[in-house]
Design a protein around this ligand. Sequence first.
Ligand code: AMP
Ligand code: GLY
Length: 444
Amino acid sequence: MNSDIETSASFPNMSSMKVLIIGSGGREHALAWKAAQSSLVDDVLVAPGNAGTALEPGVRNVAIAVEDIDGLLQLAIDENIQLTIVGPEVPLAAGVVDRFNERDLRCFGPNAGAAQLESSKAFAKAFMARHAIPTAAYAVVDTVADGMDKAKAIGFPLVLKADGLAAGKGVVIVEDEQQAETTLQDMLSGNAFGAAGHRVVVEEFLVGEEASFIVIAEGERAVPLASSQDHKRRDDGDLGPNTGGMGAYSPAPAVDQAMHERIMAEVIQPTLQGMAADGHRFTGFLYAGVMLTDAGPKVLEFNVRFGDPETQPILMRLQSDLVQTLLTVLDGRIDEVELEWDPRTALGIVVAAGGYPDAYAKGKVISGLDAVPTAEIKVFHAGTRMDGDQVVTSGGRVLCVTALGDSVAEAQARALDWAGRIGFDGAFYRRDIGHRAIARASND
Ligand code: AMP
Ligand code: GLY
């Protein structure tokens, strides 16, 4: 990456830029926190944000929902926003980037065509089959009878996935025919996941360790971010139901140099080339959730955005200027980007509301947020909001307590210690985030 001086020279009149972050979760708090550190930026707006972004120095919230594309566009025009970074998938699938680009506004993320890689699992599976990108064997069904035929052919355990966006929760691992039938009925009748479930992907169950591989992409070129690993299950030992993610850490030792090169060559490059060839040039964060199987990396899912909670530990480690990086990419100069990383491990523990991922209470007062942690620790907010002077819960994943350490164990101990100082009625969190890397280190 160029020095600040050279890059500022190529973005004249931008030493006091305004940046807009779209979203309200832990990912967006981390993006806003990082953007506010940029030498190019003096004002970061978050729409709609949370209590963490409201309290973050140099950052302010604007009460516009992520689905309100007209409102977001008007905000960007009125405030003279010079870079917008889109956090969640919903506005991307709704075409926020297309709309901003029509008005010559810089907006980092894929257009609606390219966002289908996440917004339709059936699209993603057909795309991977067409471009020989390794993934689990599958079939797409829209009736229970057809689903049962395909399930029996694939064998158990297998995985059933609602076709559309279901906030990371539309995936069920089924053990036998009876569970398959009940789950198919629930999904196809629209009970469990609404309109997202009217088509179901029936998929082979893959065995291995999972990793999140996220790149900054521009057309057919990509700069990889540091590797990371999420923990999708609710409970310690990777038990309990799937969630949006209960904690993550970076780097993930499971992705060694050889695996990194395989994922770039076998997954990322063919995906970007395939998308371009299909008329959906991809610009934005491309996230491949991969299973590291004995037969090599296989794609579990694509996301067309940064991961949550992966963003929190990844950005804790990123030493380069994020805003400068994304402007350079949007300027067509991704080849000039070289990212610098803190060599330490960052590990984030999600503090969730009792009941999550099912129904949970909101409006609980959060205590322990006033204490100022050391520079190795950052409390990113997710489902929080201000209620007068108090911070209260407003979502299932409430906070992500993130810490740096010289080892995974040290980062985990620091994050656990700090998470223990914060509380609200019904709060719970996993105590074993990073367990695979810790076990690996103790086996070395
Ligand atoms: P997805 O939203 O497709 O990533 O699925 C959510 C989680 O379900 C993944 O992170 C995996 O832990 C699990 N999963 C999804 N697909 C498979 C599969 N084919 N084999 C094994 N586990 C899977
Ligand atoms: N952490 C998984 C996701 O962002 O979808």
